[in-house]
Design a protein around this ligand. Structure first.
Ligand SMILES: Cc1cc2nc3c(=O)[nH]c(=O)nc-3n(C[C@H](O)[C@H](O)[C@H](O)COP(=O)(O)OP(=O)(O)OC[C@H]3O[C@@H](n4cnc5c(N)ncnc54)[C@H](O)[C@@H]3O)c2cc1C
Length: 495
């Protein structure tokens, strides 16, 4: 309803017709993000909803973003699935949290002072067990020979140190890692690594002199009239994120490339831009902003452009023979992983050192493509064979004929019996003529009753069988859809 109100009836109708048009006349080839999304949502929704935000995030035209990225992030989804999901899950089953996609959940657990707390706790746990976590050091070189890494050159406070090890796990950006190999990797591998690109990002954090501005944790800004792409309201993630409860801290997120106009803009200008855009969007008044700060984050997103796959394949092939080096995480694998999958790759890499044989490159891809299949073979068998066998279809004509015969014959014999025997019941039976035109308690009436009874019984039996079949078919359909919807997640999070 919120989307409908925002778009208006006319626009919504145009979106619907554009969707129908896309279903009837889709792009034959799906190579780009634009083609992929337009085929599933229609051109109009693509332009209104997907294009501006996606181009803000990636800084390249949607024609240059590969369809593979969309397939991975918007899997199993079309306009119809989105609508069905919105209606079934939010309208009729508001309490069934497990069915709700991540973006639509109202409540979730969040560390008091943010996710960094998890890593602080992990460091404590590691140190309690007698190991060490060394922070504030950068790996400047990776020394290798044959199919093994021998040591890493580590720099701290300008001092270089050589650290030898038996196993190495790297989560630094894969492009950077390949550039640090000593001796240098073959030229074709280095070229491929250098072809991997990243999108950078900066946050303008503004402190607003208002206790509450809006209830959301974040808002995606599709409006092409402003540069900001997303606004975080840190206090809504956790009230402990803002020390003064009378104030709000908003994080205005700008997607950029390291070294471009936005990235190089002085902090005070960025803060001014942030204030202005906040007011343009109607989220806060400029005059309420007390102060601000800027945080720049290079390599925030690995880019899936049209050449990345080929280049990553070259790098993967080069790294495969290495026995004691594993690449993990998001930039470490140049994969658009969220925290959960990044952590999973690292956890599996630890298991590999202990003797397991996980292929880390299939994490996320494997799981998500399995989800794309929607339901597994076991559920498929239940839905397609076992349930239809148990709830098998009722023969409509068969039931109609049986019900018609029983009704007709009952009325026939009852009328004959009353004609011959008489008695008070015949007065009641006569009332049947209010429904059966011309019916009397007589021999002729018995035949008429037989015909009427058969017709009504036949109709009722047919209708019953029809409704029953319909109900069970719908039931199986709902089970199937529910199984599919359970795998439908992560949609907007990735825009
Ligand atoms: C703006 C933004 C919002 C996000 N929101 C979410 C979200 O809501 N939910 C979610 O699940 N995920 C989110 N993510 C993704 C999440 O942050 C990543 O998936 C996750 O942090 C990846 O973990 P990682 O260990 O692979 O990489 P990182 O967390 O990037 O860790 C890599 C580490 O390697 C270090 N490093 C790099 N080079 C060197 C070197 N040469 N020597 C030594 N150290 C080096 C870096 O300093 C860094 O600490 C978001 C990401 C961004 C950018």
């Amino acid at each position: 309803m919120n989307a409908l109100r925002g778009l208006g009836l006319w626009n919504s109708a145009l979106i619907f017709f554009s969707y129908l048009n896309a279903r009837c006349f889709p792009f034959r080839e799906e190579k780009t993000f634009e083609q992929w999304v337009s085929n599933r949502f229609g051109k109009r929704l693509y332009h209104l909803f997907f294009r501006t935000y996606t181009e803000k995030v990636w800084g390249i035209s949607c024609n240059e973003i590969s369809a593979e990225w969309a397939g991975q992030r918007v899997k199993g989804l079309s306009l119809m699935t989105a609508l069905k999901h919105a209606i079934l899950n939010n309208q009729f089953q508001p309490n069934k949290k497990k069915d709700v996609i991540k973006t639509l959940i109202d409540e979730f657990d969040y560390p008091k002072f943010g996710p960094g707390m998890m890593w602080q706790a992990m460091v404590e746990s590691i140190e309690q067990k007698g190991s060490h976590v060394y922070l504030g050091r950068t790996v400047e070189g990776i020394r290798w020979s044959g199919n093994k890494v021998e040591a890493v050159e580590v720099k701290q406070n300008g001092r270089m140190e050589l650290v030898y090890g038996s196993n190495f796990i790297s989560s630094m950006p894969i492009r950077e890692a390949l550039n640090k190999f000593k001796p240098e990797v073959p030229k074709e591998v280095l070229d491929a690594a250098n072809d991997l690109k990243y999108r950078d990002f900066l946050t303008v954090a503004l402190i607003v002199d208002q206790p509450a501005l809006f209830p959301d944790t974040w808002i995606y800004i599709h409006d092409p009239g402003v540069k900001v792409g997303r606004v975080q309201n840190f206090k809504n993630w956790s009230p402990f994120m803002v020390p003064d409860s009378n104030k709000t801290c908003l994080g205005l997120e700008y997607f950029c490339f390291e070294g471009d106009g936005l990235w190089n803009m002085p902090d005070d200008e960025l803060i001014e831009l942030g204030k202005m855009e906040l007011e343009t969007l109607g989220l806060a008044n400029k005059k309420d902003v007390r102060e601000g700060t800027v945080v720049r984050m290079p390599k925030a997103y690995p880019i899936y452009d049209s050449t990345y796959r080929k280049s990553l394949d070259v790098v993967q092939r080069f790294l495969k023979p290495f026995l004691n080096l594993q690449m993990v995480g998001r930039n470490g694998m140049h994969k658009y992983n969220n925290q959960d999958h990044s952590m999973l790759t690292a956890m599996l890499s630890a298991e590999n050192i202990l003797g397991a044989n996980h292929d880390l490159w299939t994490v996320n891809v494997e799981q998500e493509y399995l989800e794309e299949k929607k339901i597994g073979p076991a559920e498929e068998a239940v839905l397609d064979k076992i349930l239809p066998a148990v709830l098998s279809k009722m023969d409509k004509i068969g039931l109609a004929t049986a019900a018609g015969s029983v009704c007709g014959l009952l009325i026939f014999f009852a009328t004959l019996w009353l004609t011959l025997q008489g008695g008070p019941a015949s007065a009641y039976f006569k009332l049947l003529n209010q429904y059966f035109f011309g019916y009397t308690v007589s021999v002729k009436g018995a035949f008429l009753g037989l015909a009427y009874g058969f017709s009504w019984g036949f109709l009722s039996g047919w209708l019953f069988a029809y409704l029953r079949n319909f109900f069970f078919a719908y039931y199986i359909y709902r089970l199937r859809k529910k199984a599919e919807l359970l795998t439908f997640r992560d949609f907007l999070d990735h825009f």
